[in-house]
Design a protein around this ligand. Structure first.
Ligand code: TRP
Length: 463
């Protein structure tokens, strides 16, 4: 096995470059597409509060942990756990699990990303009056169309990854992130001039605490892991390209705040926009369940209808801008998902970056094409690899760091770049969270989920 020597690994060029790349990984479909719908579905601001709590109490400490393991070992997740395993053969399994989750999540993430691209064309064809082509572009269940757009997205992702760490990932995210924020703000500014927006705004900020339940907390936790890109080693990998001067706690803090900020701002766009659509006569609540339509239907069906309603050219402008925004956000995230298996193949199998990116890209494409034709797989993959897989990865990571590698060693690693960390209150709190609070919280949520799943299975089989 040819391990790449440490000094030939890429590194981030600048501190800001790394923070933007990690923030780019965090900000994606999860923020702009997932978060607002979950908020609207789960009692408005009550969900936001629980979500924020999960980000701060679980996400932030786990992010520091991932970055620390990555920078300490300068390796991909599998290599990292191997390096710290002391010959124990179970420990590297955490890394393998992460690589698997990365591949599986990427495969459906690409299909959804492909939809955003399809809708850019849907808006264009609609504007120019080719309504039959427009409806093909907007048909989420059209397998051949899905395949084409999914593959286009895959090629863009592979191209950026092939460019390497600073020339590819860092440069791309540095350009894309500011554009993304600008587009988001322009859209919000416009949506608030339309009828219905204020009603949506109040739904968004008014907390309905009666909706808080076990399943709401599970969703909030799953959302926090997914949105912050945690639990599968993406940030171990990004951390492995960091130098020892970087303050890991501060960086993790920025990335967490940035991600939360974008999610909250995206909610300010999507929820009012939904109510604008409603004011325009479009149904956004399922009359039977009184719940919002699912997130897929919502963003990809309701919003385009709103764009078509606001008038020809303006609608075109808003629609194209929105879906380009969603696509850009998805791209900076899919890069980090692909970088995990690619860095594994580079480090552990000695394959050169370009070949590795094409190899893994090809493999993921096969899965993505299968999903393009069988969309019901998305829900199954989300449940196994996202809702269960990521928190499970996070749980194992905390237990590994706290009790196997030992938190003292992690604290020493963090000290470089953050002198005085070891004696600070922050360090005591962090160790407390990694060893006790996070595993306990994740554990409780798991037990509750397990019981709910078991119960519904029993009901299904008539017990
Ligand atoms: N965070 C991204 C989003 O919100 C998705 C993502 C990118 C991700 N990389 C990840 C999720 C790694 C989990 C792990 O859309």
């Amino acid at each position: 096995m040819a391990n790449t020597p440490i000094d030939t690994r890429g590194t981030w060029n600048t501190k800001l470059g790394f923070i933007l790349a990690a923030a780019g990984s965090a900000v994606g479909l999860g923020n702009i597409w997932g978060f607002p719908t979950q908020v609207a579905d789960n009692g408005g601001a009550a969900f936001i509060l629980i979500y924020l709590l999960c980000c701060v109490a679980i996400g932030f400490p786990v992010m520091i942990a991932e970055l620390t393991i990555g920078r300490k070992t300068k390796k991909n997740p599998v290599g990292a756990f191997k390096a710290l395993s002391n010959g124990n053969s179970f420990v590297p399994l955490i890394g393998y699990w992460g690589v698997l989750c990365g591949v599986m999540i990427l495969s459906f993430y690409l299909v959804i990303s492909g939809w955003t691209l399809g809708y850019v064309f849907e808006e264009l064809f609609h504007y120019f009056g080719y309504s039959s082509i427009a409806s093909i572009m907007g048909d989420l269940e059209n397998g051949p169309k899905n395949t084409v757009f999914t593959l286009i997205f895959m090629v863009m992702t592979v191209a950026i990854i092939t460019g390497g760490v600073s020339k590819g990932i860092e440069r791309a995210t540095k350009m894309l992130m500011p554009v993304l924020i600008a587009i988001l703000l322009i859209l919000i500014g416009y949506v608030f001039t339309l009828d219905g927006a204020m009603e949506g705004f109040w739904v968004y900020v008014y907390p309905d605490f009666s909706t808080i339940s076990g399943s709401l907390i599970l969703s909030a936790m799953g959302q926090a892991f997914f949105s912050l890109s945690l639990g599968m080693g993406a940030l171990i990998t990004y951390g492995s390209y960091l130098n020892r001067k970087q303050n890991l706690v501060e960086s993790a803090g920025y990335v967490t705040l940035f991600d939360i900020g974008i999610a909250v701002i995206a909610g300010l766009l999507v929820i009012p926009a939904m109510y604008v659509a409603q004011a325009g006569g479009i149904e956004i609540f399922n009359p039977e369940t009184q719940k919002l339509y699912s997130s897929t239907t919502l963003v990809f069906d309701v919003l385009p209808e709103m764009f078509h309603n606001v008038g020809a050219f303006l609608g075109l402008f808003l629609g194209v801008t929105f879906f380009v925004l969603l696509g850009l956000a998805a791209l900076t995230s899919s890069i980090s998902l692909l970088e995990v298996p690619v860095s594994y193949v580079i480090d552990e199998h000695g394959i050169e970056r370009k070949k590795a990116a094409m190899l893994v890209g090809g493999l993921v494409s096969i899965l993505a094409i299968i999903i393009s034709f069988n969309l019901s797989l998305i829900d199954i993959f989300v449940f196994i690899f996202n809702e269960i897989g990521l928190p499970l990865g996070g749980l194992m990571l905390c237990l590994f760091l706290g009790y196997f590698w030992k938190s003292e060693n992690a604290v020493i690693e963090i000290e470089s770049g953050y002198p005085g960390f070891g004696t600070s209150v922050t360090s005591t709190l962090w160790v407390l969270f990694i060893k006790y609070v996070c595993p306990l919280l994740i554990g409780i949520v798991f037990v509750t989920t397990f019981m709910t799943v078991a119960q519904s299975l029993m009901e299904m089989f008539g017990f």
